[in-house]
Ligand binder design. Structure first.
Ligand code: PCA
Length: 334
């Protein structure tokens, strides 16, 4: 066993010799410590789920792999998480998959309006798209561990929305290209805002509407800054957990297996949590005075049309890979 003192002296010696911490941990057989950034806050079920994932790994490896979750974009901002894992600045991280749509549209297949707006369909779509998405990431030295959806996306506003016209000229908070595009197509004006900044964006008047889940509305206490939620169920975007293949391959085989097992469990658990969260969060919104409704026929019609346009645009830009996903999705649903 390494005593505290000898660890300390090793550190000092290492520092004197100019050896980095990574080099030290292999020579001293110390536990491996991984920092894991996520853009989302502590209240979010996703964060609860990845902390449980970290606990499971710690337990299964007797502390040999110790993952620390850094929530709320506190370690690395959302825009930088993927590249930080890729460049080895952190070994593992969580981000929303559709954020990578500018690299390849297949990453936003889960944010095409009405393509998959129930949990069953979202699961079929995930099964149809997982391998192709994992391969894309693999080419960048990234391993996809698991993915979990947010509850269905709806529209938050400060007034009742009866028709598509009511959305016109609203400054609308967006978090990916799909939420940006839907705002444009409905005549609203999109602005990108990360979750931790939502309350301030509303209170300073920078935005007056947003598309997100009941979960994020409840987590950010939407009742403090708006009044209506329309449960339009547009799409279920997923968060994904990626690990640097290089960092993963440095683990011994048993530890690698422990990570994969905990990841599989976290995926199943996360999907269950997400389903449950949909109802729970809607109840919380209502308890706090938010008016929750479903789209009127007129609004539904507008959203359907916008959805068709966005589907066409996606199919066009995703090309052959997109078609492969859609064919597999149709198969899964039959
Ligand atoms: N919450 C995140 C992503 C989708 C969601 O429901 C957000 O609003 O940014």
């Amino acid at each position: 066993m390494t005593s505290r003192y000898s660890k300390l002296s090793l550190l000092t010696t290492a520092a004197a010799l100019g050896i980095g911490l990574a080099g030290l941990s292999t020579t001293a057989q110390a536990a491996t410590e991984w920092d894991m950034p996520t853009p989302y806050g502590d209240r979010t079920f996703h964060t609860v789920n990845i902390r449980e994932f970290a606990d499971d790994v710690r337990e299964a490896t007797d502390g040999e792999l110790d993952i620390t979750v850094h929530s709320n974009g506190s370690l690395i901002g959302h825009a930088e998480i993927k590249n930080s894992v890729r460049r080895g600045i952190v070994p593992i991280g969580e981000l929303i998959m559709s954020r990578l749509a500018n690299e390849n549209p297949i990453f936003e297949v889960d944010s095409v309006p009405y393509l998959a707006s129930s949990y069953d369909d979202a699961w079929s779509l995930w099964e149809a798209s997982r391998d192709i998405i994992a391969e894309e990431l693999e080419q960048q030295g990234l391993r996809l561990l698991f993915a979990v959806p947010w509850p269905p996306q709806g529209i938050y506003t400060n007034k009742a929305i009866e028709t598509g016209d009511d959305l016109e000229n609203l400054s609308m908070r967006a978090y990916n290209t799909a939420s940006e595009r839907i705002a444009q197509l409905t005549g609203a004006v999109p602005t990108q805002v990360e979750v931790p900044d939502i309350p301030t964006a509303f209170s300073t008047g920078r935005v007056e509407a947003m598309i997100t889940s009941p979960a994020t509305g409840a987590d950010t206490k939407a009742w403090d800054y708006l009044s209506h939620f329309n449960h339009a169920q547009l799409w279920l975007p997923k968060n994904m957990i990626i690990v640097s293949e290089k960092a993963f391959s440095r683990l011994d085989e048993a530890t690698q297996q422990a990570v994969l097992d905990a990841a599989a469990e976290a995926e199943t658990r996360g999907w269950d949590m997400s389903r449950q969260e949909t109802d729970d969060a809607i109840a919380v919104l209502e308890e706090n005075g938010i008016v929750v409704s479903e789209p009127s026929e007129e609004l539904a019609e507008t959203l359907r049309k916008v959805g068709e346009t966005m589907t066409d645009e996606w199919v066009e830009s995703a090309g052959e890979q997109g078609q492969t996903i859609l064919d597999a999705y149709e198969n899964n649903r039959e």
